[in-house]
Ligand binder design. Structure first.
Ligand SMILES: Cc1cc2nc3c(=O)[nH]c(=O)nc-3n(C[C@H](O)[C@H](O)[C@H](O)COP(=O)(O)O)c2cc1C
Length: 215
């Protein structure tokens, strides 16, 4: 797959089939992830590939609770507004993320990503995104989530036997599976609305209303 196609179309693909992902593809995702940059090249990361159905069954209610907490706190106001205004894009996102919460155990693989000694918290996400891009190139859909790390870290550490005295942090839980839907261009606010030249607020001086990749 062409690099720009992967970069432009690696969407949050939450709705997936229960079919397992072959080991070669899992290996490719992991081997791509560890090529990513990290501050000082410290590579202070660990990846736990969860496919065991029993384990998925145990983590599923934790994810559902974390999702409920998210809905009742951080997203409470914006999701209420989406209902009031009938904002279809926001409602679609809500339905899709609710699907993931309700179907956690049927998602065939979850990639749990840990890091430590990273004050900025930034060294792990290039590796996560690389794994997701590799998955995309193999036709596997992913969705990065962070709610287990935020709301249920202790419980997940216990279930996955993660040492609690070594400084590890759960940065992401990435759902992985073969998509039920179709790949599509990631819709975003255009470049010229979010980018400046030299100083904050100074326009770039050109408009980029359409994606520059035209697949
Ligand atoms: C840091 C981070 C945390 C996220 N957490 C969640 C999550 O907890 N649950 C979920 O369903 N999606 C989660 N997402 C996925 C985003 O909702 C998704 O990337 C965004 O809506 C763009 O989707 P699109 O690429 O399909 O347009 C997260 C994404 C990021 C980058």
């Amino acid at each position: 797959m062409e690099l720009f196609e992967a970069l432009y179309t690696t969407r949050a693909m939450r709705r997936v089939r229960p079919d397992p992902i072959p080991d070669e593809i899992v290996d490719s995702m992991l081997d791509t992830a560890i090529r990513a940059p990290s501050g000082g090249n410290v590579q202070n990361w660990r990846f736990v590939v969860v496919t065991d159905p029993g384990l998925r069954d145990q983590i599923a209610p934790l994810y559902a609770e974390a999702f409920e907490t998210l809905q009742q706190t951080i997203y409470k106001r914006s999701w209420a507004r989406a209902h009031e205004t009938g904002d279809e894009a926001a409602l679609r996102l809500m339905r899709s993320s609710a699907w993931l919460a309700e179907n956690f155990a049927t998602v065939p693989m979850w990639l749990f990503v840990f890091s430590r000694n990273d004050p900025s918290g930034a060294s792990i996400y290039p590796a996560v995104w690389s794994a997701m891009l590799a998955a995309r190139s193999h036709g596997v859909g992913t969705c990065i989530t962070t709610i287990l790390g935020v709301f249920k870290s202790a419980e997940v550490f216990k279930l996955l036997d993660v040492p609690t005295d070594k400084g590890w942090v759960l940065n992401a839980s990435v759902s992985c599976g073969y998509p039920l839907g179709r790949w599509d261009l990631a819709g975003r606010e255009p470049v010229h609305e979010v980018s400046y030249a030299d100083t904050w607020g100074n326009p770039l001086g050109r408009m980029i209303p359409q994606p520059l990749w035209e697949g």
